[in-house]
Design a protein around this ligand. Structure first.
Ligand code: A5A
Ligand code: ZN
Length: 478
């Protein structure tokens, strides 16, 4: 049915990841990179719908005990320049607004690269007593970072359009540390709902968030074996509280500094979604976030109208159950329609032709290639929802298998060097900063940090030879 020239998609094979990724962003209408400012691109309506469904999941997970809010984009230089470590980390990445019309501004205004220095002066006013704690807020806004490394759509942007940042304040350091843990768990759950498994590790001290005590990061292994940091949670302790004088009165009437955390996810989560699940035919989307969940393609032989009639009726049944369904009754041949909707990652395609109608059945093709015949009666919707569930676990298991196959415990520098060419090396490491830097130098990859949870059997640090159960992930990072 599918003609040869249709099957030979313009999309390069996924094994050629970089070209595949860029072509797919265009063919599937995710973002248009032709906007004439480097590092800034435009969401196509289809991509924007995908983004909205993905962000709905984050909102759902946070709305349980966070309040959504919104702070201004511009930060006065005087506030921005208060926290020394934070400045050091971001100074070179800030865009400045220096003029209003023709008048130079008295105080320059920074376009937020992240919003600590916008939010914390206000927290000082909002937090009075222990009764105000814990305080948990988040916003989904754009942020600007003048990145000097090679920019990449959805991955390294100069305008991050979908920056979800949460900020919390607590009475004690321990409570704040607990919140970081909760944040990491929520993020793991968020990615789980996208059927994406992640590596979780504590970043080495030299790679933590500027102004934090420590940072925990989630990384996804991309098809080419490099890792993408797709979320971070930071324990800020009292570092910012001291700078911005954010205090609360405790039960005994004493003024104490609050302990803070912050955690963020950007549209890198969309990049990961595309990269992890996509295939040679295009996007592959989990049901929950697919802008179109079901496409119905009529297979016309003989009379057109009776077939379209059946398709319409099924479409309206599905829509009645809140399924995002599209009836593609355009003039193209079915093969061209298959190609188009596969490119857009539609989880379930329904084909209805004269034979199906006669058999009172429909043919469905899941985006992972599974083809089935389902009854064309009141059982249909539930049967489709069951297929959606199954697709979800197929996607997760496939991704998990891939991830596991890309991680290897190594026992020599040579082995580490060769492993990071195509994946992640788990490297025995004593934990010292000197050995960490030496590893990065000698392996030619970044140290992601200590994996959480399981220990390795005692091995020798690849640099100093000291026996240790500690290790670190190492990878080439995006
Ligand atoms: N305020 C805290 C949450 C913060 O800014 N943390 S962060 O700097 O680590 O950024 C959060 C996440 O945003 C990172 O883990 C990374 O996944 C993503 N991110 C950072 N810079 C980015 C960029 N230039 N383009 C796209 N995503 C970026
Ligand atoms: Zn060592």
């Amino acid at each position: 049915m599918v003609r040869k020239e249709e099957r030979e998609a313009k999309l390069p094979p996924k094994s050629n990841f970089s070209e595949w990724y860029h072509e797919l962003l265009k063919s599937a209408e995710i973002v248009d990179v032709r906007y004439p400012v480097k590092g800034m691109s435009v969401w196509y309506p289809f991509g924007f719908a995908l983004r909205s469904h993905v962000y709905q999941i984050i909102k759902e997970l946070l709305d349980v005990d966070h309040y959504e809010t919104q702070f201004p984009l511009l930060i006065p230089e005087t506030e921005f320049m208060k926290e020394a470590e934070h400045i050091k980390g971001f100074e070179d990445e800030v865009y400045w607004v220096t003029h209003g019309g023709r008048d130079p501004l008295d105080i320059k205004l920074a376009l937020r690269p992240t919003s600590e220095t916008a939010i914390y002066p206000m927290l000082r006013l909002w937090i009075r007593s222990h009764a105000d704690l814990p305080l948990r807020i988040y916003q989904i806004v754009n942020t600007f970072r003048y990145e000097t490394k090679h920019t990449r759509p959805l991955i390294r942007l100069r305008e991050i359009t979908s920056f979800k940042e949460a900020h919390t304040a607590h009475a004690t350091w321990e409570e704040a540390a607990m919140q970081v843990e909760i944040a990491v768990q929520r993020y793991i759950e968020f990615y789980r709902r996208l059927a994406i498994p992640c590596l979780v590790s504590k970043r080495p001290s030299w790679d933590k968030f500027p102004g934090a005590d420590y940072s925990i990061a989630l990384d996804v292994i991309m098809p080419d074996g490099r890792t993408l940091q797709v979320g971070t949670a930071h324990l800020l302790g009292t570092n910012f509280a001291k700078t911005y004088e954010i205090t609360y009165e405790d039960e005994h009437g004493e003024q104490r500094y609050v302990n803070q955390t912050c955690y963020g996810i950007s549209e890198r989560c969309i990049a990961a979604l595309i990269a992890v699940h996509g295939d040679d035919k295009g996007l592959v989307l989990p049901w929950r976030v697919a802008p179109v969940q079901v496409v119905i393609v009529p297979i016309i032989f003989g009379e057109r109208e009776p077939i379209i009639e059946v398709c319409r009726s099924i479409a309206s049944t599905l829509a009645g159950r809140n399924i995002r369904v599209r009836l593609d009754d355009g003039d193209e041949r079915p093969g061209a329609k298959f190609y188009k909707w596969e490119m857009r990652g539609v989880p379930v395609r329904i084909e209805i032709g004269p034979r199906d109608i006669k058999n009172n059945a429909v043919t469905i093709v899941r985006r992972d290639g599974v083809r089935k015949t389902l009854p064309m009666d009141e059982r249909l919707v539930d049967a489709i929802l069951a297929e959606a569930e199954e697709l979800q676990s197929v996607l997760y298991n496939r991704a998990k298998e891939f991830m596991d196959s890309k991680i290897k415990l190594v026992s020599s520098l040579d082995e580490a060097r060769s492993q990071v060419q195509s994946g992640v090396a788990r490297v025995p490491w004593c934990g010292s900063v000197e050995c960490g830097h030496a590893l990065e130098d000698q392996v030619g990859a970044n140290l992601l940090g200590e994996p959480r949870g399981d220990e390795i059997p005692p091995m020798r640090c690849l640099i100093c030879g000291k026996e240790s159960t500690g290790s670190t992930y190492m990878a080439r990072q995006y």
